[in-house]
Design a protein around this ligand. Structure first.
Ligand code: FPP
Length: 253
């Protein structure tokens, strides 16, 4: 088993570390550009995804180091099923490869592994790896490393609306009394705070059906780097930019 975690030290240059007093609680990441990174190097797309897996680890270390509470990585969307079968199959193998290498270190780092997305349609081997990791880290209290897998926000919202409509029709709910907090509890992200910071790599400037409800007041940060090139220093740069922003939530300060 390859164990690189302990050797990979977070950046020690104090100037490059964000202010510890204003760290985003929840950071969500759209990991884009794996295919282009591979193409640039004359490699198959799956090589880009493999390199992207390594970036997941770098960013997990960085997030943990500065005290982020939750890190959600958009690993596979409900729309990604339309990709070539070979690519889909490869992407579905990455959670188990990642966890086979890293789970022990994640346990030692007090990280809680989670998954957000629909289980149906996911291969048994993918679910087994994630379920095992979730079970093995259930009692941990540190960083939540949340993989958004087979996730799509429109469907998430639609399913919540259907549940609420059924509860209303059954007479279990007074729909006029429904609050935003109750609605949020019907979403797949129930229990997680809304993301404070969202990062998207590769120069693309869109949400791609990711956390549409949850990102109402999220701060966005876009990087031109392809995801496999993204490192700790980039993550800290994003957090430092976040710390320079004033969040007003529609108010005046
Ligand atoms: C989008 O880039 C990326 C994805 C659909 C997959 C992201 C998955 C990973 C980075 C690996 C996840 C790791 C674990 C452990 C689950 P793209 O391939 O569409 O890039 P392109 O736009 O350049 O083609």
């Amino acid at each position: 088993m390859v164990r690189i975690w302990k050797k990979s030290k977070p950046e020690s240059d104090a100037a490059s570390i964000p202010d510890p007093h204003n760290v985003p609680k929840h950071v969500a990441v759209i990991m884009d550009g794996n295919g282009r990174w591979a193409k640039q190097r004359g490699l198959p797309r799956i090589a880009g995804h493999h390199a992207g897996m390594k970036a997941v680890k770098r960013v997990t270390i960085a997030a943990d180091h500065i005290g982020v509470k939750a890190l959600t990585m958009y690993a596979f969307s409900t729309e990604n099923w339309t990709r070539p079968q070979e690519e889909v199959d490869y992407l579905m193998k990455l959670p188990q490869e990642f966890l086979a290498i890293e789970l022990q270190e994640l346990i030692e780092k007090n990280v809680q592994v989670r998954m957000t997305g629909w289980r149906e349609g996911l291969p048994a081997h993918t679910l087994a790896a994630l379920d095992q990791a979730e079970a093995d880290t259930r009692h941990n209290t540190g960083l939540i490393l949340n993989f958004a897998l087979n996730y799509g926000s429109r469907r998430e919202i639609l399913e919540a609306v259907k549940t609420l409509a059924r509860e209303t029709a059954d007479g279990q709910r007074d729909i006029d009394a429904l609050t935003e907090e109750e609605f949020a509890r019907k979403l797949l992200t129930s229990g997680l705070p809304d993301p404070d910071l969202m990062i998207r790599t590769s120069g693309e400037l869109r949400l791609s059906n990711f956390m549409l409800w949850q990102s109402a007041y999220t701060e966005f940060w876009f990087s031109n780097r392809y995801w496999p090139e993204f490192g700790e220093a980039d993550f800290y740069e994003a957090v430092k930019e976040y710390q320079r922003r004033t969040r007003r939530y529609g108010g005046l300060k």
